[in-house]
Design a protein around this ligand. Structure first.
Ligand code: SF4
Length: 142
């Protein structure tokens, strides 16, 4: 089982092997591969540092410092808004395939601009591509 932050459920859709440093990338790649190779993997959806943050150079003490020492508060807010938007509960446990299905049913690529407010990765377009890819994947399984 992995613990994943609410907003990172969306980041994982757009992951293309890039990240903050080699350690971060290797860890995120491992988690991404495990989830997509075995979609029955359980995920605990959290609003706080997760199994991806623990290899991140911006995690200091108990929180994210990406945009300064107060970042964690904003990231928790983002986690909670994504968790609520997807209709999950904080600390809920779900299979990855259920999470993918829920994202596919509720998120359109055009909504990301609101959900991913001011994320430095958003302008690269990876996440929009990821949502479109997920929709193609889940539609082909219906
Ligand atoms: S510590 Fe911050 S920047 Fe690093 S993965 Fe977690 S939320 Fe993202």
């Amino acid at each position: 089982m992995f613990r994943i932050r609410g907003h990172t459920l969306l980041c994982l859709q757009g992951f293309q092997g890039k990240g903050y440093d080699d350690k971060f990338i290797a860890n995120m790649k491992k988690i991404h591969e495990t989830l997509f190779n075995d979609p029955t993997t359980e995920v605990e959806i959290v609003a706080g540092p997760d199994d991806i943050c623990y290899s991140c150079p911006y995690l200091k003490g108990n929180g994210c410092t990406l945009k300064g020492p107060e970042s964690e508060k904003d990231v928790i807010e983002k986690d909670n808004s994504v968790i609520e938007f997807l209709g999950f509960k904080p600390s809920g446990r779900h299979k990855w395939e259920e999470i993918l299905q829920r994202i596919s049913e509720t998120v359109n690529a055009s909504m990301l601009i609101g959900l991913c407010d001011k994320c430095p990765w958003f302008p690269l377009g990876y996440c929009e591509e990821g949502i479109l890819r997920l929709k193609r994947l889940t539609d082909s399984h219906c």
